[in-house]
Design a binder for this molecule. Structure first.
Ligand SMILES: Cc1ncc(COP(=O)(O)O)c(C=O)c1O
Length: 396
């Protein structure tokens, strides 16, 4: 039976981007607001990742040809080496699939593991695209209020177990977390491992921000926990690690037993990642160590400025690039989107919390890495002023 012009229910389940509505409003403002809604960085990537350097590495002949759909051997080897140096155990080039960003890596692994009707525990608040990626496969994201409990030291199993059903097949975890900046301790990551093994779950360990942990404790790898190597997909992205979001390069890392199936999924989705982007990523991985150290110091400084100066109710950003305050008191019943639209006129843009989980409609995500430090300082001043106005019950 033809169904033109109806698009599929799975595709229709995808949320439109809230940013497109907000940024459309920018044009109507006298001056553009400071864009703290973006999950990006103001930093230029390291020189070794620049496109002219990447272009020099292209093969002399067939520079524009297809290349290995698994990713360049040289790049996969460099990623495996970097993982090993950073303490992730048992990774060789055969455990790495190069993907079009972390987004595609997650999409591919979900498509590898899930059947329609399967449930995935999504630790909330969460990176917004995860939910749509699950629903678009006909599977069910189960939001677990997680990171607030983690901050209070509630045992992991106590947070997760009530949401397990016989249809639960996987768990999505991100530490440091986008949007709230929470970092799980080594003991908490170990508890996640025990929980996943006990319940026989696959796990997606989103490592997007693993380079940016501000108390300098080593990053605990979920895949290193007992019984976890075979069931964990570790997700990496050069967007966050190396300020290369436009190069759309990421890595899916895991056991070849399922990764070999993921390679087929990836080939059917995109065939391969643009070769020049892979060479840019290679430059970053080979030479970007000092750049990461510098970037981390800069982010850490700004995280502290935000912690010390933003007059709102939020957990400190122990890692990553965001804070996620609860503005329930200040809003006092006003819809978040109304305040955000007022804030645009006061010169700042932030991201409404409902995109990050259903319990967070009075929260907002504030990114402190999208603009340089002086701009963050100015944005916080504007936010504080606006919050004072809300507390005093004044209209704009
Ligand atoms: C937690 C997290 N995971 C994955 C991604 C995907 O990153 P990309 O597709 O740019 O590599 C992002 C991007 O914002 C993220 O914040």
């Amino acid at each position: 039976m033809p169904k033109f012009p109806l698009s599929s229910a799975n595709a229709n389940s995808l949320r439109p981007s809230v940013f497109s509505t907000l940024t459309a409003q920018f044009k109507l403002l006298p001056a553009p607001p400071i864009p703290l809604q973006l999950g990006d960085t103001y930093r230029e990537p390291c020189a070794a990742a620049h496109i002219d350097r990447a272009a020099q590495k292209l093969p002399k002949t067939k520079a524009y040809a297809y290349s290995n759909p698994w990713g360049l051997e040289e790049l996969r080897t460099a990623v495996a080496q970097r993982c090993t140096n950073d303490g992730l155990l048992g990774v060789g080039a055969d455990n790495v699939q190069v993907t079009a960003g972390g987004s595609q890596a997650i999409n591919v692994v979900l498509q590898t593991w899930l059947q329609p009707g399967d449930e995935v525990l999504v630790c909330a608040p969460y990176w917004p695209l995860i939910k749509g990626m699950i629903t678009s496969l006909g599977a069910i994201p189960v939001e677990v209020p997680f990171y607030p409990g983690i901050r209070q030291g509630v045992p992991v199993a106590q947070l997760l177990q009530p949401f397990v059903t016989e249809r639960t097949v996987a768990l999505y975890l991100c530490t440091p977390n986008n949007p709230c900046g929470t970092v799980l301790s080594a003991a908490q990551v170990a508890e996640v491992g025990v929980f996943a093994v006990k319940n026989d779950l696959w796990t997606i360990s989103d490592e997007a921000y693993h380079h940016y942990i501000y108390d300098d404790t080593p990053h605990p790898w979920l895949a290193n926990e007992p019984g976890m190597a075979a069931r964990t997909a570790s997700i990496f992205t050069t967007s966050k690690s190396y300020a290369l979001a436009g190069m759309r390069t990421g890595f899916l890392v895991g056991d070849t037993a399922w990764l070999d199936v993921s390679r087929r999924v990836s080939t059917h989705q995109i065939y391969g990642v643009p070769v020049i982007c892979q060479y840019a990523a290679l430059g970053a991985i080979q030479e970007g160590g000092p750049w990461i150290a510098e970037t981390k110091a800069a982010y850490k400084r700004v995280a502290k400025i935000v912690r010390d100066s933003l007059q709102a109710d939020f957990g400190n950003a122990d890692g990553g690039g965001y804070v996620f305050p609860d503005f329930t008191k200040e809003l006092n019943g006003k819809p978040m989107i109304t305040w955000i639209q007022e804030l645009l006129r006061e010169g700042v843009c932030i991201s409404p919390g409902d995109a990050f989980g259903k319990d967070f409609e009075n929260f907002a995500r504030i990114c402190f890495t999208s603009v340089p430090e002086d701009q963050v300082v100015l944005a916080v001043e504007r936010l504080n002023k606006s919050l004072d106005r809300l507390r005093a019950g004044r209209a704009l």
